[in-house]
Design a protein around this ligand. Structure first.
Ligand code: 3HC
Length: 288
């Protein structure tokens, strides 16, 4: 089987652009596919900021930065991805949208061995896989935000994923991308979100009840437990719409009250207060 060199990311939001940056930094020929021109522009800016920051920190030099850009191509049509060996979809956390993208990609990819990966945080993979004609080559590759910084990737198999395909993608993720891989079965939330989301929801309920202020809840976990950021800052970083969507997937799967989105979270999402990406969340500046 050929080494994976030609990759793509579909969806250029916060996660998609971060994953594309990880691929380009690893020297892979990377296409970022996004049909919304404004989102594509924002993705370029996000990657540019991140690479500037890496230069400022002495992690890469300016020549590397130009080289990384040379590995990135931008497209607005899925047809451009026909020769890819691995495509990661990172579109909005909506099962219908993800299913459509994966089913279309399945028809476009020329190589029968090409792998379709989804960055879904919580949608069961088996359902996404059977929407394609290659369920054996569909798996979950779940990156963490910010993707260029966080070392972990969850590798998720459905009941249909072939073990040789999983092994190949695990080697690629570990050896080429340099990420720490953990494996999970196809259960909503996989490992990390199944543990993280109830914690974030508890913090939101605590703020909603007036038990403590958002600042003190966050300070408690940063200074009392040495977390890099507090739960409400982290919810702002992830995006409150994404936190709510994952909570709903977990609730659908397990029917546990601890996964039910608290009313405050739903009201904030309805109001468009989504955290860092809209500049307003639990913290007025979006938790920066
Ligand atoms: N993009 C790229 N690089 C970034 C970045 C960004 N948005 N934010 C920070 N960085 C880099 C910095 O350049 C720096 O790199 P260096 O170590 O190579 O010099 C490093 O990250 C540390 O940055 P700072 O010193 O400026 O800032 P902090 O020390 O405050 O760290 C943080 C920022 C890395 C975001 C840290 O606060 C953190 O780890 N927070 C927790 C993040 C987390 O838990 N993420 C997982 C969310 S759950 C998820 O994604 C799953 C999904 O399904 C919901």
């Amino acid at each position: 089987m050929n080494e994976i060199r030609r990759v793509a990311v579909v969806g250029a939001g916060q996660m998609g652009s971060g994953i594309a940056e990880v691929f380009a930094r690893a020297g892979l020929d990377t296409i970022v596919c996004e049909h919304d021109p404004a989102a594509l522009r924002a993705a370029r800016t996000r990657i540019d900021h991140s690479l500037h920051r890496a230069v400022d920190r002495g992690r890469i030099n300016p020549t590397n930065r130009a080289d990384i850009w040379a590995h990135l191509l931008f497209a607005d049509d899925l047809e451009a991805l026909a020769d890819r060996q691995l495509v990661v979809e990172a579109v909005v956390e909506d099962e219908r949208v993800k299913t459509d993208v994966l089913a279309t990609l399945d028809k476009i990819l020329a190589d029968d061995h090409a792998v379709l990966a989804t960055n879904t945080s919580a949608i069961p993979l088996t359902r996404l896989g059977i929407a394609t004609g290659r369920a054996s080559h569909v798996l979950g590759l779940h990156f963490f935000n910010p993707a260029p910084v966080m070392p972990l990737v969850e590798l998720v198999s459905s009941l249909h994923t072939e073990s040789t395909v999983l092994d190949r993608v695990e080697r690629f993720t570990r050896d080429v991308l340099g990420k720490r891989v953990i494996r999970s079965r196809d259960r909503a939330g996989f490992v990390v979100n199944a543990l993280l989301i109830p914690y974030l929801l508890s913090a939101i309920r605590m703020a909603e009840a007036g038990h403590a202020s958002p600042e003190d809840i966050d300070a408690g976990m940063v200074h009392g437990c040495a977390h890099p950021m507090g739960p409400l800052q982290l919810a702002d970083l992830i995006g409150l719409d994404t936190v709510e969507a994952i909570a709903k997937s977990l609730y659908d799967e397990y029917k546990e009250p601890l996964h039910a989105p608290p009313p405050l979270l739903s009201r904030m999402v309805e109001a468009g207060h989504l955290g860092r990406k809209t500049g307003r969340g639990f913290h007025p500046h979006g938790g920066v």
